[in-house]
Design a protein around this ligand. Structure first.
Ligand code: HEM
Length: 324
């Protein structure tokens, strides 16, 4: 589906990907690939949570009634993470990083915005992602993944192949504060007349974009990025600008492997100010960020992956909160 045609589309959950068995199969496969790490998230296992506040610019508030995008500052909690399911993965590795934000809304509810530093996902659907994870399983003969199986996946799904190359080649950020983060999926903003328009989100680091040469990052301490952020916050808040990219005719909304054209007009929705580590790290580490539920004014698009993610995150949450 493209941005110009989604209006007549009634969004529906993908029945296959919303099935608990499909979600469990995805979590089982990540455990098979990376081991079972008791009590930990089955992806993005290592992360740290921080207090933050979003000050909306008011610009997005003219386009949607979403409570966190109006004009009053909104309290937030963010979690920076390494993408790995193994909490021992190193900060110097070339790997995706996560930036999850929970906005605490004035009426006591909350909504999350989950972003990563690659600008696209490696699969168009959760079923395709399961195929990719299975292709990445270790060959018993060599103890390593079989590159031919990954190549076969990329050839079978050309869009996903390009996204895979972008994710594998992701730069090592010099700091959690010096990389862009994308929420990847298209969402819909509902305007005052009840019409819905597709949008995407991007966080722009106010400290500028800085990466580190992977050879230099290889000598970092295992937790370098967390230590660096602690030092940085001692000098003052870390800030990001929230950009909203409006979709245009022809922009795909149902496929997270596909980005929208670069250089597009963007709306500055607000600025997030990250101040310090949360006081109760254990409490926040035990919470679950989720691409759903959204908040009135923002709705899901026809991208099938966010609904599938919710089901998967619930399985991961259930296992880790029962110390499995
Ligand atoms: C079908 C596709 C996906 C699967 C199977 C998957 C799997 C997972 C799992 C199992 C977790 C741990 C959840 C928990 O225990 O709380 C997780 C967390 C996370 N995922 Fe995904 N994911 C998918 C797609 C994506 C996409 C497209 C993004 C990009 C925005 C993303 C970004 C994240 C981030 C940033 C976290 C950490 C959230 C936190 O800090 O709590 N994931 N994912």
């Amino acid at each position: 589906m493209t941005a110009g045609r989604w209006c007549s589309y009634v969004w529906r959950m993908s029945p296959a990907s919303s099935r608990p068995q499909a979600a469990a199969a995805l979590v089982d496969t990540t455990e098979h690939l990376s081991g079972t790490h008791t009590g930990r998230r089955r992806a993005h296992a290592r992360g740290v949570c921080y207090d933050a506040e979003l000050t909306p610019s008011g610009e997005a508030g003219r386009l949607t009634a979403a409570a966190h995008l109006q004009s009053d500052p909104v309290r937030a909690t963010v979690r920076f993470s390494h993408t790995g399911a193994d909490p021992q993965r190193l900060d110097g590795e070339r790997a995706a990083r996560g930036f999850a934000t929970r906005f605490h809304l004035p009426d006591g509810s909350a909504t999350d915005l989950i972003a990563v530093n690659p600008d696209r996902f490696v699969a168009s659907t959760s079923e395709q992602f399961l195929d990719l994870l299975q292709a990445a399983e270790r060959d018993p003969a060599t103890g390593k993944p079989d590159p031919a199986k990954i190549r076969a996946y990329a050839e079978l799904h050309p869009e996903a192949g390009a996204a895979l190359a972008a994710v594998v080649g992701v730069c090592v950020p010099s700091s959690y504060a010096t990389t862009e983060y994308w929420a990847i999926h298209a969402f819909l903003r509902r305007d005052a007349d009840g019409a819905a328009h597709p949008v995407k989100y991007r966080w722009e680091p106010d400290s500028g974009i800085q990466h580190t040469d992977p050879a230099e990052a290889a000598s970092w301490s295992p937790r370098h990025l967390t230590e660096e952020l602690t030092e940085r916050l001692a000098d003052g808040p870390v800030t990001f600008t929230l950009k909203v990219q409006p979709g245009e005719e022809g922009d795909p909304t149902d496929d997270p492997t596909r980005t929208w054209p670069a250089g597009r007009r963007e709306i500055t929705a607000g600025r997030s100010r990250i101040t310090a580590e949360v006081a109760d790290q254990q409490y926040w580490e035990a919470q679950s960020f989720d691409p759903n539920p959204l908040t009135p004014g923002i709705e899901a698009s026809d991208d099938p992956v966010p609904a599938a993610r919710s089901a998967v995150y619930a399985v991961s949450y259930d296992r880790r909160s029962h110390q499995r």
